[in-house]
Each structure stands twice: as C-alpha cells, then as structure tokens.
Design a protein. Structure first.
Length: 66
C-alpha cells in the first residue's frame, strides 16, 4: 500500500508552510487526494514531482559541453 501524507507531513517534508501547499493545490501545481475531507499525498508521487522540477546546471542548460 502506498504511503500517504497529510498536509502537515507534506509541509514538514518539503519544509514549507501549509498555506503554500494549499496555494499550490488551488493553482494546480501539485495534486493530492481528498479523503474524508482531508488532503492526502502519495509519497512516491511527491518524490516524482520533485524530480521533475529539478533544474539543470547552468552550463548544461546553456548547451555548453564540459
């Protein structure tokens, strides 16, 4: 079974305020599941989302070769 986090756990995990998480939900930047009126987030999906938001190093982004 997938590990689900609530808003408090996600905020702690990302080191953000809960309001930021709520804002991201409203803006569609992050997705979650509402269970019994409480938002839940799958740990694996959060990690995948974080990986997708990584930025490349400046020299790789500009296309320079090392």
């Amino acid at each position: 079974m997938a590990k689900l986090m609530d808003i408090d756990e996600l905020a702690d995990y990302l080191r953000l305020k809960k309001q930021t998480i709520y804002n991201w939900l409203h803006q569609g930047k992050i997705s979650g599941i509402k269970v019994g009126g409480v938002w839940r987030f799958e740990h694996k999906e959060v990690d995948s989302w974080l990986k997708s938001k990584r930025r490349m190093q400046k020299d790789q982004k500009s296309g320079e070769k090392q």
